[in-house]
Design a protein around this ligand. Structure first.
Ligand code: NA7
Length: 540
């Protein structure tokens, strides 16, 4: 009998994705609730984002000691991070260690893509099929597919004719790419392009960067961790975790209590300078409390960045092209770099502004813009992701009455608390659209979601409930609230992937919840305390 015809294997939960989310969800549901769980991932290793993003210079923009799990004190104490901002291989090692340490691998099925998941209203179970035709049946479907995992390769005409090598940064090969002596073209100046530029420039004969929108990048000021520094963090972990959980964005620091307008011009500049010197995300989440709500305050910070770019980049014409003026600081995801602006002072790096003249075609020898052809041996596309919804919509997910998730989300994602979609019972979306997700330090958001989902399932089991579904009116109210929260900020002013602007034809909707982790967590807890208010629960 072929696997297609065999009865589906019965599980309590199917989890899609073996990154930070899926690993923790497996741990919690299996360890704490004793559930029969299976995690699926299309990759041939665990790690999610950190499995795929192996491009040169790939490193975490959050500091290692808080971009990590907090659920196990033993794990915290035994794991040794080597640098402030860990490189991709180190985070991948960490996640592999977690998989081994907690004996997770026996319930993880790799190299397997989930093709479809259909909710059966008779049994109240999800019928799930893999791309190999293997079938599983589970009460719960839990997605941990990542917010930035469906790569965006714009449909450049002629790419298949290119005679050189080309790569998308989000699907980087496992073997090192040799840039030595090569003419390299790099498309995209988001976080990824900005991390990759200085590293590729070290080796390439010449690197040409194609920039559609300039960004405000902050120096990371990475450093190796000392034994004393590590010991201090380890001694203070509980307090650090408390601070991250009680912060707005999952970082262990807070912004000023007053508006920038209540400081003198000298004080404003002094704070900006000290944050610039310190480096990293603190500029975004630990500077002025009204940075993302007041144009006046934002402009003070934006001007500070513009001055820094002029100071670092030698050639004034290049500095001007690199200077963002089209969006407020922080309304596109701010990159953190190591020597990005400095790279443009090298003789072998040049910048091409494509804001008004897009790439017309990829040619056999390179790429063409108008009448100009640029010749390359290697083209690197750092063109980002179909964020927040792309990976979910790649799966054929069908809820009640045969409704597909793609149809439900035609006008933009709809979800209650970013955790459940009305019409899709017993499905939970870890860091789904409508939750703080990408506006936070991800592991903090992931742990909060998985903890909430685990408690919810525990509640259902204790009370003999077999089905939970978000109510439409609760979902509508939440979507309105997410939009209102965004409207109160400067975020909607930017053409960012937060609103789907990077994907032609994608409905413009502000997808993450911007009011902050603490506000969000309070609301989630209230919903649970009130007997899962806004959800319809059914007993057997
Ligand atoms: P991003 O931040 O989406 O950056 C993608 C870059 O590629 C950005 O500069 C885009 O310009 C550019 N882009 C996208 N499509 C095109 C086309 N068609 N032509 C030219 N340039 C294009 O992705 P990243 O991978 O850098 O970062 C994603 C997240 O991963 C990051 O924020 C972290 O959270 C980790 P645009 O700005 O849209 O004009």
């Amino acid at each position: 009998m072929s696997s297609q015809q065999a009865d589906p294997r019965e599980l309590d939960a199917v989890i899609i994705g073996a990154g930070f989310s899926g690993l923790y969800a497996l741990y919690k549901l299996r360890q704490e609730l004793g559930m029969a769980v299976r995690v699926f991932d299309s990759a041939d290793g665990v790690g999610g984002t950190w499995y795929w993003n192996r491009y040169p210079g790939a490193r975490c923009d959050s500091e290692s000691y808080y971009y990590s799990y907090s659920f196990s004190e033993d794990l915290e104490q035994e794991w040794e991070w080597t640098s402030k901002y860990p490189e991709q291989p180190e985070i991948l090692l960490y996640l592999n260690h977690v998989a081994d340490r907690f004996d997770l691998r026996r319930d993880i099925q790799l190299s397997t893509r989930i093709k479809e998941a259909i909710f059966d209203e008779t049994s109240n179970r999800w019928q799930v099929q893999t791309d190999d035709g293997e079938r599983f049946s589970a009460q719960f479907l839990i997605t941990g597919v990542g917010c930035l995992s469906a790569t965006n390769l714009p449909p450049f005409q002629g790419l298949d004719q290119f005679e050189g090598e080309w790569y998308h940064t989000g699907q980087w090969p496992h073997e090192p790419v040799d840039f030595k002596g090569k003419r390299v073209g790099l498309v995209g100046t988001g976080s990824t392009g900005i991390q990759a530029t200085p590293v590729i420039a070290e080796d390439a004969d010449h690197l040409t960067v194609f920039q559609r929108t300039p960004n405000y990048s902050l120096p990371a000021r990475n450093a190796l961790l000392t034994a004393e520094g590590q010991a201090e963090v380890k001694a203070n972990y509980r307090e650090i975790r408390r601070r991250t959980r009680e912060s707005r964005a999952g970082f262990p620091y807070a912004p000023t209590e007053k508006s920038a307008m209540e400081y003198s011009a000298e004080e404003q500049q002094a704070l900006c300078e000290s944050l610039w010197q310190e480096g990293g995300f603190k500029f975004l989440w630990g500077s002025f409390e009204d940075l993302l709500t007041s144009e006046e305050t934002n402009n003070i910070v934006a001007e500070f960045f513009r001055r820094k770019i002029r100071e670092v980049v030698d050639d004034p014409a290049t500095a001007k092209l690199l200077t963002p003026t089209d969006h407020p600081y922080g309304t596109k995801r701010p990159p953190i770099d190591t020597g990005y602006y400095e790279a443009y002072n090298r003789d072998n790096v040049s910048l091409v502004d494509i804001s008004n003249s897009p790439i017309d075609a990829i040619t056999p020898k390179g790429l063409r813009i108008g009448d100009t052809e640029y010749e390359f041996d290697i083209i690197v596309f750092a063109t980002g992701f179909d964020a927040m919804t792309g990976a979910l919509l790649k799966i054929d997910i069908r809820g009640t009455e045969g409704q597909t998730l793609a149809d439900k989300w035609e006008g933009g994602p709809l979800a209650y608390l970013g955790l459940q979609v009305a019409g899709f019972p017993n499905m939970f979306t870890i860091t789904g659209p409508g939750s703080p997700s990408v506006l936070t330090n991800m592991p903090v958001a992931i742990e909060q979601h998985v903890d909430w989902i685990t408690a919810c399932i525990q509640h259902m089991r204790t009370n003999d409930l077999i089905r939970i579904e978000a109510k439409l009116d609760a979902e509508d109210a939440w979507v309105d609230h997410v939009n209102e929260a965004a409207e109160f900020t400067l975020f909607p002013k930017a053409n960012s992937w937060y609103v789907g602007a990077n994907i032609p034809g994608k409905k413009r909707v502000f997808m993450p919840y911007v009011a902050g982790m603490i506000e969000y967590k309070t609301r989630c807890n209230e919903v649970a305390t009130k007997g899962y208010d806004g959800f319809e629960l059914r007993s057997a």
